[in-house]
Design a protein around this ligand. Structure first.
Ligand code: NAD
Length: 277
């Protein structure tokens, strides 16, 4: 029996166990995916190291990492893959021969979702709202796809500045600007990405003024619950092409499945499993 799981807080509603176990079942692999929920277990953040050691000693093949440990886990690992170093966060850990290696699959998840979901999207000039953990992965994905000018906005301007600094070190030819989150100008941009939590069922609303959207622009949301956020609904009504957050979540899970189990996941099958969940 292969063992995998998810470490985080408040993760009881996560669909990851279903996604990973269904994919394993379809491939004839025995896999148990366990939630290590620090809230449900009443554990302090300082227990993270002990939990990693326990999973290693119990023969886990790897695990996913989510809020609030995507950065805190980094110094506790033996190695970091290029994806984790570039993004500055870990959401997947592989365990091989007792060594823990951190990866980031959010970046490839967003990149592949954008590539397949909006293949015609013009990518010269993009506005990204939200520069948190997922935003770092999204910005790296956008720049790696050839975005030449990226405008970053975050109500926490320090987070936007810090991310811009890191990005400038990797993407020397791109122009990366910080813009004020309360005075967003959509005029010159080809597309807009929401990487804030605004639009989640628990945080309704939109992070941009959708009345300013034009039909030739594209709009992507990484929020996936609900699947069609207010932002996407209003962007669609304005004639924009839109991309929802489910492509990213499925593709990051498929990539994580392969890193953890060593077996390639079938993205279309995982998509069907996600819809069934
Ligand atoms: P986070 O808390 O690390 O970052 C969110 C950022 O948004 C913060 O920096 C915050 O200051 C900023 N923000 C909040 N409201 C804003 C506003 N109105 N305008 C501008 N900036 C604002 O969270 P995260 O881990 O980056 O996740 C963000 C959201 O992305 C989550 O709520 C989740 O819904 C979604 N997500 C989706 C996927 C996926 O695979 N589709 C993966 C991870 C996260």
């Amino acid at each position: 029996m292969m063992k995998s799981g998810l470490i985080g807080r408040s993760i009881q509603a996560s669909r990851s166990p279903w996604l990973h176990e269904e994919e394993a079942r379809a491939q004839g692999l025995a896999l148990r995916y366990t939630l290590v929920d620090f809230d449900a277990l009443s554990l302090p953040d300082s227990a993270l190291g002990d939990q990693l050691a326990r999973m290693r000693d119990e023969g886990y093949h790897g695990f996913n990492v989510t809020y609030p440990f995507k950065q805190a886990v980094m110094p506790l690992l033996d190695d970091l893959a290029e994806s984790a170093r570039i993004v500055g966060a870990v959401n997947t850990v592989a365990i091989r021969d007792g060594r823990l290696t951190g990866h980031n699959t959010d970046m490839i998840g967003f990149r592949e979702s954008l590539r397949s979901g909006l293949p015609e999207a013009r990518l010269d000039h993009v506005l990204q709202v939200g520069a948190g953990g997922a935003g770092a992965a999204v910005a790296n994905a956008l720049l790696s796809l050839g975005v030449r000018r990226l405008r970053l906005a975050d109500v926490d301007v320090h987070r936007a500045r810090e991310l811009a600094e890191r990005l400038r070190g990797h993407f020397l030819d791109a122009v990366i600007d910080i813009v004020a989150a309360d005075r967003l100008n959509l005029d010159a941009v080809d597309g807009i990405v929401n990487a804030t939590p605004i639009g989640m069922t628990s945080k309704p609303g939109t992070s941009i003024e959708t009345a300013a959207l034009r039909a030739e622009q594209w709009v992507a949301d990484i929020v996936y619950f609900p699947r069609e956020t207010q932002l996407l609904r209003e962007a669609r009504a304005a004639g924009c092409s839109v991309l929802d957050g489910t492509g990213m979540v499925i593709r990051q899970a498929a990539e994580a499945f392969e890193i953890i189990t060593g077996h390639r996941a079938d993205v279309a099958r995982m998509n069907t499993a996600f819809e069934r969940s």
